[in-house]
Design a protein around this ligand. Structure first.
Ligand SMILES: Cc1cc2nc3c(=O)[nH]c(=O)nc-3n(C[C@H](O)[C@H](O)[C@H](O)COP(=O)(O)OP(=O)(O)OC[C@H]3O[C@@H](n4cnc5c(N)ncnc54)[C@H](O)[C@@H]3O)c2cc1C
Length: 464
């Protein structure tokens, strides 16, 4: 799409007619609310739709999709704007931020999650019932986009598996404008494809997801100074080798900016952030962490028994929007040479341009392939490597080129695919799905979206 089909192309009357049918809001470029409606968490990912429908509910989504379909207008979906995609224009953007309703069904152990709910919206009511969802590290990430991109919980994933594998039912408005409720028994092929293929098949208005009886964990973060980074990277394989499924560990090499929002001991420093979560006893966790403990005390240590709702303490992800670019890779193994490569990358990262380089342990229940498991290629990997660079364009561009080199050097141990939720702006469907899944997804796309209307703001699956 190169042309911006503005409101003139659509006709003012036509837009007004749509707005009259919508309970939420409709914006066109130039409207006072347009900039806020199209702004996501990632300030580098500014989409330029010719029409925005800020949906208040499923009826609005149906009206928006039917409107777009009647005019051959491509459709994109955005909840929080956490994931970077190439900027496009001339399309209709459905935003779901207002659809944040969450209901907990304690009897069935499931949560009904509205399309715009963030993890904080789900964890709090679930914890009130002694339950926890398979949420991610950040309370602000959208539960629906996260889960349909695979759903890697760094707290519960190794114990229970991928979020996408614990979806019970999905309500989705497909490109024909029909609201469908799909599950393992109702339109099972679409149910399969959505649990990995997300906005390629429509706008999901509600998810029903499984919950687990977890109310606390032992874990947190230990921040080691620059001089300990190499020792931390060398200790990591030893720790994960002994880890039971209940224990999850990752190491992030971080360049903290010298800004007042960062606590004094970390401000402006390069360091290694060890992140751990254990669902067993405190003593067992400490025993498993012994190789890290042997390195030293660290600058800051938040490892303790925490109520589950305190999960953000483990990764301490940023809460304010900022401009960034990210790239990830999946590793099948982490032999000694791969650790050497990470140590070399750490020396380069210490220069400051790469803001974060993280290695996360997968495996455990994440390696499982339940019957009718969705197209989540990351289940074939044992580690996820992910990095990001933050700042103005020239800094991000230089940092991404450096990060690309780090990821390239790990290619001898890589599966060749990226994990959908951590894929970069340039990744395509071929980079996040296995060839076998992609073939099946293409056939599904042909059936539900033969005109490929849903081709914006996603890893587009071209119809067969
Ligand atoms: C700080 C941070 C921490 C993170 N931690 C984790 C983690 O621990 N584990 C993990 O797996 N990922 C993690 N992620 C990645 C995150 O899961 C992805 O960026 C995810 O795509 C975010 O979903 P969103 O809806 O919030 O973002 P958006 O950018 O709004 O959407 C992302 C994608 O989901 C699709 N989508 C959103 N809503 C719908 C809908 N209603 N129907 C159909 N498609 C929809 C969009 O079309 C788009 O393709 C993290 C990201 C950040 C920035």
């Amino acid at each position: 799409m190169t042309e911006n089909q503005g409101p003139t192309a659509l006709g003012e009357d036509t837009v007004t007619e749509l707005a009259d049918r919508i309970q939420g809001f409709v914006f066109v470029p130039g409207d006072a609310g347009y900039a806020a409606a199209t702004a996501g968490f990632n300030l580098r990912s500014q989409q330029r739709p010719c029409l925005v429908v800020a949906a208040a509910g499923a009826a609005d989504v149906r009206a928006a999709v039917a409107f777009a379909a009647a005019r051959d207008l491509p459709v994109g979906v955005m909840a929080t704007g956490h994931q970077p995609f190439p900027a496009e224009d001339g399309f209709l953007l459905v935003t779901t931020g207002a659809m944040r309703t969450v209901e907990i069904d304690t009897e069935r152990g499931v949560a009904r999650v509205g399309a715009g709910a963030r993890w904080s919206d789900v964890v709090e009511p679930a914890q009130a019932e002694g339950l926890a969802p398979l949420n991610g590290s950040s309370p602000l990430v959208g539960a629906v986009g996260f889960t349909l991109g695979g759903g890697l919980s760094p707290f519960l994933g190794r114990s229970f598996g991928w979020g996408a594998d614990h979806v019970v039912a999905i309500e989705v408005v497909t490109p024909d404008g029909v609201l469908r409720r799909v599950s393992a028994t109702a339109e099972p092929e679409l149910f399969w494809g959505l649990r990995g293929g997300r906005s390629n098949f429509g706008v999901v208005t509600e998810l029903e997801i499984g919950l687990f009886p977890v109310t606390s964990f032992y874990g947190g973060g230990i921040y080691f100074p620059a001089e300990d980074v190499e020792a931390v990277l060398r200790a990591f394989p030893e720790v994960v080798r002994a880890a039971p499924d209940a224990f999850t560990c990752s190491v992030a090499l971080l360049n903290f900016p010298p800004v007042p929002e960062i606590p004094e001991p970390l401000r402006g420093r390069f360091l290694a952030h060890v992140r751990v979560t254990h669902l067993g006893s405190d003593e067992e966790a400490e025993k498993l962490m012994a190789p890290f403990r042997a390195i030293g005390e660290g600058i800051l240590d938040t490892v303790a028994r925490h109520p589950y709702g305190a999960f953000p303490v483990v990764h301490t992800d940023p809460v304010d929007p900022f401009p960034y670019e990210e790239q990830g890779a999946l590793l099948a193994e982490l032999p000694a040479q791969a650790v050497e490569s990470l140590v070399e990358s750490a020396q380069v990262a210490a220069g400051g341009l790469v803001t974060v380089l993280e290695i996360r342990h997968l495996g455990g229940a994440l390696a499982g392939r339940p019957i009718a498991a969705g197209p989540v290629a990351a289940r074939d990997a044992v580690f996820n490597v992910w990095g990001a660079t933050v700042g103005p364009p020239e800094v991000v561009d230089a940092g991404m080129s450096m990060l690309g080199g780090m990821i390239e050097r790990l290619s001898p141990w890589a599966t060749g695919l990226s994990y959908t939720n951590f894929a970069g702006r340039d990744d395509r469907a071929e980079n996040v799905f296995t060839a076998e899944d992609l073939e099946r997804l293409r056939a599904l796309k042909k059936r539900y979206d033969p005109r490929n209307l849903f081709r914006v703001n996603n890893h587009n699956i071209a119809p067969e």
